[in-house]
Design a protein around this ligand. Sequence first.
Ligand code: UD1
Ligand code: UDP
Length: 382
Amino acid sequence: MLTIMPIYGTRPEAIKMAPIVSALQSTADFNCVVAVTGQHRAMLDQVNKLFGIIPDVDLNIHQRNQSLNGIMARTLEGMEQVLALHRPDAVVVQGDTTTSTAGAIAAFNNGIPVIHAEAGLRSGDLLSPYPEEGNRKLTSQIAKLHLAPTTISRANLLREGIHASDIVVTGNTVIDALLATRTKNVSFDDPRLEELSESGRRVLLVTTHRRENQGEAMRGVGRAIAEIAKTEPEVSVVLPVHKNPVVREAVLPPLEGLGNVIVTEPLSYGEFTRLMSLSTVVLTDSGGVQEEAPSLGKPVLVMRENTERPEAVTAGTVKLVGTETARIVEEVRRLLNDPAAYALMANAVNPYGDGLAADRTVAAISQLFGFGKRMSDFEEAI
Ligand code: UD1
Ligand code: UDP
């Protein structure tokens, strides 16, 4: 039997890899050996627990304030032994984190085929998102099979000289995860959120963590949230704050003492999807949230200058607002106070997937090994 090794290490990779792990485990054709690096610790374990995944391998590389080279070095070193022990026929890496690219390089250096899920996203700016744009381009150079989420990402790969026969458009597995999770009856652990869900108050949901936004831009995000909370007292702002101490030090100080701001620890994926569903507006610099919120019909304001996910911008449900405090405040307040502007953005669209991405992934892997049948590619309807 062929051994396929998914390798991942952070929260978003775990959420997006979970449907692939589940689909691999439910076929008789593959032995699925799950390897995690532990780049994230608490936030990774939270997702694995929710999806019932017990990793076969855990490199446990996490360190407080870890450096990019530290993550990469510990992953390369750890994977060397793991690959020698398990001898997978292929590895699957997801997206553009340092775990993802290091996992791909470790496999490539051992002559093991690399399957790249969420391939072909490009912002066109090597420094934004940083280091992710570089990571995803590096992985594209050494991958054997490229699983593009959309036709736009496929076109990006073709433009860079990747052969059409090595690309399959699957949709993004984040939509598989979202569809599987949102129907579950989840209650909030935090009583403030349970109370909020029953209050009928409007909710501004905020997440922020991007490396290139850390420092002054993120302090500005904190000031923007504070100003919105003060000028829109009937709105509740919820900020499930990333574990990164650098993020916390920047964004939290202006929010102290504001009664309509709820700061929480990272929420379980089930709680977070429920919170997205009951939100009025989403303000974020997250990649995954940009993909999920449009399918829930929520307007998303993205605190970045560019995006590698243009599909929902084209569809009109996502808008880039940058990181300048005054602009963020203005754009959020417009959506909260102008019903026509709100209605224009609050459309449910699904440009990122139809819930079958993991099945297409397994079909594409089967085909790579010369058996099974390729499913028809995902086509985004915009
Ligand atoms: C990483 C990814 C980024 C992804 C993001 C998702 C890289 C270079 N970056 O960024 O692409 O969008 O994850 O959230 O791969 N920490 C904890 N516990 C945790 C997780 C993080 O304490 O469970 C703290 C640690 O102090 C750590 C810091 O957060 O040093 C940053 O984590 P790291 O994985 O290096 O980068 P992220 O900014 O999370
Ligand atoms: N998410 C979560 N709990 C939270 C915040 C986010 O489960 O408290 C989920 C969210 O639904 C999305 C993913 O985490 O699927 C995004 O992770 P993050 O923003 O950390 O990374 P990115 O997508 O930007 O790489």
